[in-house]
Design a protein around this ligand. Structure first.
Ligand SMILES: C[S@@+](CC[C@H](N)C(=O)[O-])C[C@H]1O[C@@H](n2cnc3c(N)ncnc32)[C@H](O)[C@@H]1O
Length: 150
């Protein structure tokens, strides 16, 4: 049996985030991008109770999710607490202003789920993620109805 650790999935060294940030600056887009390293994500997620992680009815929202550092850790924790991967994904929501961050996050989620969930389906995961993880401005987003105001 292969044992996985969340740290390997939250390793940011292979992502060209600084290059993207510089490119945006040159176009005068200030997106304030800094992706939270594993150690801090873990410390914050450790504040959530076991009861909340394991409750399939709880929902989680990351309104400026970047390339999914927190989203990955949330879904990971849900699965570790006995929630099935589809429910873990369906109950997690994320927004980011930058389309490339959302796309990178989705790819990272596929990598993690395909390695830790024996019954993972790329098609099912994509369907859920396309609804729950969107490129949008949170100032213009109707969170209750999960759609744009405009
Ligand atoms: C400091 S980064 C944090 C990313 C992630 N939460 C993390 O901790 O790794 C801030 C993120 O917010 C996004 N962002 C900035 N303004 C936003 C807005 N109005 N609506 C949605 N996302 C926004 C940026 O694109 C960027 O990815």
């Amino acid at each position: 049996m292969i044992l996985f650790d969340i740290e390997q999935f939250l390793d940011l060294t292979n992502y060209a985030t600084d290059i993207r940030k510089d490119r945006r600056k040159s176009k005068e887009v200030n997106s304030q991008e800094f992706f939270t390293p594993y150690s801090i994500v873990k410390r914050m997620c450790d504040k959530v109770s076991d009861e909340d992680w394991s409750d399939p009815k709880k929902t989680f929202l990351e309104p400026s999710c970047g390339n999914f550092q927190f989203i990955l850790c949330i879904v990971w924790n849900r699965i570790q607490h006995g929630v099935d991967w589809k429910t873990a994904l369906k109950t997690c929501y994320g927004l980011d202003l930058m389309a490339d961050n959302i796309e990178e996050g989705k790819q990272r989620m596929h990598i993690m789920l395909s390695q830790i969930c024996p019954d993972y389906s790329r098609q099912v995961a994509s369907r859920i993620m396309n609804k729950n993880f969107v490129c949008a401005n949170f100032f213009e987003w109707d969170f209750e109805n999960w759609r744009s105001y405009t």
